[in-house]
Design a protein. Structure first.
Length: 475
């Protein structure tokens, strides 16, 4: 089955009784199909009211334009034999940055006539169908040269968000020459979450690590300020007792949230109690309202970068031997002492953020890994920048994955999670895809230079299919 990018404009082209409406119903939800017959019934006395055809097509043109401009996948179910209309739709899709795909129905003339005769209603007059068949023959020859993104021939299709544009070929690469990729579960909300059960399920699913978002109240991108939200390092300590293997860390701790030396002691304690599984994520901090609510200072960006650079130098010193003094640009720690020391002598540090001039430079200079967000092209660009600074610093990626075994189950998860948001918008935001989709997507990320993916699962039912995705990268 061919996967088309979401959103897209799909134009069905073929004579009457060629099977266009049947194909559309089999491959797309009815709310995505704009049918000239249905609009004829809306504008006139029924689908057979030929006198209403002009009004029906006027409405159809308006609906197609409005849907495409809103970025909604749209299937145009008409004869598609009008060259001027096809050119208009191709131009509209191109203007809106959307692929326009033609699906050609080259059904034999005898079969079209037989189907037409068998109809109990909506039978096309024989001479009209003959004209359509002749027009289709002419159209079939010019269709590939009209500028469509793709011309298909009654192929089975499905759609998926843009993140899966390269998934099919990347999935094939993973099957033929498996790449290794680490996976971390990212917890960004705790409302109704059983922390123990979730941590143990993640470990059983094959996740290499569990990361928690380090805030003191829920951020507006995820929920409401008063939603239940657990303190990060305390939660990690609890999960250390619930698990045996997974690494445990913040993604990421705002450098302004705690005295940096104290943060180092907290991370070292977790590392010792977990048997060497702690990871320390650090970031610039951005949530001004959170600082204001808790009565903390919120320095300007320049000052926060200075604090972050000091922290990146102080923490390894703190976790080392002795009690050396440290004086940085803004930090002054007379005795950087931490006993017991981390199990492996130091704790891996991940710097989170997409800034290319400062954040990635600091990650390359001082940290074990940089964590970035964004689509595949963004990740490729960040990987290139990071390599220019330091080829030894690992690249990690934070993302969301709504994953299910098949399309029907996936549709149900999207419907359950979208609330009042448009379905396609929500599906794209959470990267809604099947196991195969995500194997391809993560392989493309691995090829771009990513070594670990931190994944937020929007629904508990995603855990089991995500284990299948992880297994594909264990070969």
């Amino acid at each position: 089955m061919l996967t088309l990018p979401e959103p897209c404009l799909v134009v069905l082209v073929g004579p009457g009784a060629a099977g266009k409406s049947t194909w559309a119903a089999a491959h797309f939800r009815s709310d995505r199909v704009v049918s000239s017959d249905a609009l004829r019934a809306l504008a006139g006395a029924g689908e057979d009211d030929i006198a209403a055809s002009g009004d029906a097509f006027e409405i159809l043109e308006l609906v197609v334009e409005r849907r495409v401009r809103r970025g909604l996948t749209t299937v145009v179910d008409t004869l598609g034999l009008d060259a001027a209309r096809r050119r208009r739709w191709i131009g509209l899709a191109r203007e809106c940055g959307m692929p326009c795909v033609a699906v050609a129905f080259d059904t034999p003339a005898a079969q079209c006539r037989a189907r037409n005769r068998a109809r109990t209603g909506k039978r096309i007059p024989a001479d009209v169908l003959t004209r359509q068949l002749r027009e289709w023959t002419r159209t079939r020859d010019v269709l590939p040269d009209e500028g469509f993104s793709l011309v298909l021939h009654e192929t089975a299709v499905r759609t998926a968000p843009p993140a899966f544009a390269e998934a099919a070929t990347a999935r094939q690469r993973q099957a033929e020459a498996p790449a290794r990729l680490r996976f971390g579960l990212h917890l960004a909300e705790f409302k109704g979450v059983d922390v123990r059960a979730t941590a143990q399920a993640a470990e059983a699913a094959g996740f290499d690590a569990i990361y928690v978002m380090d805030h003191f109240r829920q951020i507006p991108q995820v929920g409401r300020a008063w939603d239940d939200f657990l303190e990060s390092w305390t939660t990690l300590a609890y999960m250390a007792a619930c698990t045996e293997r997974v690494r445990l860390g913040t993604l990421v701790s705002g450098v302004t949230y705690r005295n940096v030396a104290h943060l180092g002691k907290i991370a070292a304690t977790l590392d010792v109690l977990s048997g060497g599984r702690a990871v320390c994520g650090l970031g610039l901090a951005w949530f001004k309202d959170e600082h204001k609510a808790y009565g903390w200072d919120f320095p300007n960006v320049r000052e926060r970068y200075a604090l972050l650079e000091d922290a990146l130098q102080l923490l390894p010193l703190l976790w080392g031997k002795g009690s050396p003094g440290f004086r940085g640009r803004v930090l002054n720690v007379p005795e950087a002492m931490c006993y017991p020391q981390p199990v492996h002598g130091r704790i891996p540090i991940i710097v989170g953020g997409n800034g290319e001039r400062h954040t990635l430079r600091l990650a390359a200079q001082y940290a074990d890994a940089a964590n970035v967000m964004g689509d595949l092209e963004t990740v490729r660009r960040k990987a290139s920048v990071l390599r220019q600074y330091n080829r030894q610093t690992a690249l990690t990626h934070l993302t969301t994955a709504l994953v299910s075994r098949g399309d029907r189950a996936l549709d149900a998860l999207v419907e359950a999670g979208r609330g009042r948001r448009p379905r396609d918008t929500y599906a794209a935001a959470v990267h809604a895809g099947t196991v195969d989709d995500h194997i391809g997507r993560f392989r493309a990320l691995a090829d771009s230079g990513v070594q670990e993916v931190m994944v937020r699962l929007p629904h508990p039912d995603c855990m089991e299919p995500m284990s299948q995705v992880i297994a594909a990268f264990r070969g």
